[in-house]
Design a protein around this ligand. Structure first.
Ligand code: IMP
Length: 430
């Protein structure tokens, strides 16, 4: 039995990780976020009520589960407390006993958000299509050693001294891009009350995780975004600025690799992406419109319509390999209902050769073309189904094609947004 399970996205994010973490996190002792920031939008539906979590791990919705925000998450203290208030209104009290935040987490500050937006406007057609949440500029500051960290926020002198060092250069950049510089005093006055609210939550989160694992507790790591958005392994430069893959969980959280680890790769039954960048199986016709309408494919963070298209098995094979995924969660299978035929990309052709596992960098190759196969669809509504055997034959064949193509078992199938609309084929913790 795995004491440590990593939930990772195998596509361009929005795979449905929030639902998987909500379901599996209920059986965990600790749920930890290890990268990204408020660019994530994990949608969970509990008793018909929709909750969108941007920074706080979805495990917060399960009473008794301890949640962790690790040092490699870029933390936006302004929106963190909006999320705390929304959760309280939905009956989920967020106390320091429930949520530990790393002292070393770098902060997303107002000037990061300003820079993100100014850069995107200046980039014109070359824009990345970021979420505008300041993620890239905050990570640049982290590795550039210009970051302001969570612990700095809780001490007035330390905060002022740190900002006095880093703000002038950031302001010069803001002015260069046509924006308005921020005043040091205003920034300090604005941030200090947030520091007071944040202080009780700060901890050495590596120690929290390490001691939970040492006591034999179950720890679930929740990644954000997806493999194809990883800054190293994705469709660079149209990526986010963090390491999104599974095994990054340990170094980014400040712990060693536990002896037994399960990796559940979460994938939609089709493909979506928000923002710019290559998407070879994108469908701008009827199939894509079916997916967007029936799957309500609009961004949880920005509300932008998502680009939609066919399942991409060669890219998924790459993602399974990069993450060392051991099992699959197939989400939104119900959205494919009502189609006569469903296209699936099974290979790519380039330079007279067929490739079955595609590195995302090849998506920029002008000669690359996807090879599609069409499989039979189904007309039945799957939402009420609770076991795989009751699925229509063609839906079962679709799952089998995924399983055989990717070489690992599908342990969970999601047939709707509610917790109850899920079929487990095996306990993912086993
Ligand atoms: P950033 O992370 O805001 O810098 O955005 C970089 C790219 O990642 C853009 O294409 C965003 O649309 C995409 N992105 C960031 N976070 C998410 C997410 O949670 N789901 C899907 N796409 C995301």
């Amino acid at each position: 039995m795995s004491r440590c399970l990593i939930v990772v996205g195998l596509q361009w994010g929005d795979e449905g990780k929030g639902k998987v973490v909500d379901l599996l996190g209920a059986e965990a002792d600790v749920v930890a976020r290890y990268q990204g920031g408020a660019n994530a939008g994990h949608t969970v539906v509990v008793s018909g009520r929709k909750v969108i979590l941007h920074q706080i791990p979805s495990g917060i919705l399960s009473p008794g589960v301890r949640c962790v925000i690790g040092p490699a998450v870029v933390l936006d203290p302004e929106t963190l407390f909006d999320e705390v208030s929304e959760l309280a209104a939905a009956g989920h009290e967020v106390t320091p006993a429930r949520l530990a935040i790393s002292r070393a987490a770098n902060l997303v500050l107002p000037y990061h958000k300003a820079l993100d937006r100014l850069r995107e406007s200046a980039a014109g057609p070359g824009r990345i299509g970021t979420t505008g949440r300041g993620i890239g500029p905050a990570y640049e500051d982290m590795v550039g050693r210009r970051g302001v960290r969570a612990s700095d926020l809780c001490d007035a002198d330390r905060l002022r001294a740190r900002l006095a060092v880093v703000l002038p250069e950031r302001n010069a950049l803001i002015r260069h891009l046509g924006g308005e510089a921020l005043a040091l005093d205003d920034l300090v006055d604005h941030l200090l009350p947030l520091g007071q609210s944040l202080a009780p939550f700060l901890a050495d989160t590596g120690e929290v995780l390490d001691s939970a694992l040492a006591r034999g507790q179950r720890v679930l790591f929740e990644s954000a975004q997806g493999t194809l958005l990883d800054v190293l392994h994705g469709t660079y430069p149209f990526v986010t600025s963090s390491l999104t893959t599974a095994m990054a969980a340990f170094p980014l959280s400040g712990i060693g690799c536990p002896s037994k680890v399960g990796v559940i790769g979460v994938m939609k039954a089709y493909t979506t992406r928000v923002g710019s960048g290559p998407f070879p199986t994108e469908d701008t016709g009827d199939f894509g419109r079916h997916l967007r309408t029936r799957g309500a494919e609009f961004g949880a963070t920005t509300g932008r319509p998502r680009r939609c298209g066919a399942l991409d098995l060669p890219a998924l094979k790459y993602a399974v390999r990069v993450n060392g995924a051991t099992q699959l969660a197939v989400m939104k299978l119900d959205v494919l209902g009502g189609l006569d035929r469903i296209p699936i990309c099974t290979a790519y052709r380039v330079g007279g050769k067929t490739i079955e596992v595609v590195h995302p960098d090849r998506f920029f190759d002008p000669g690359l073309t996807p090879v599609f196969e069409e499989v039979p669809g189904w007309s039945e509504d799957l939402r009420g189904i609770r076991d795989v055997a009751s699925l229509p034959d063609s839906a079962r064949a679709y799952l089998q094609m995924v399983e055989e193509g990717l070489g690992i078992p599908v342990t969970l199938v999601s047939l709707g947004s509610d917790r109850a609309e899920t079929v487990f084929r095996r306990d993912p913790w086993r």
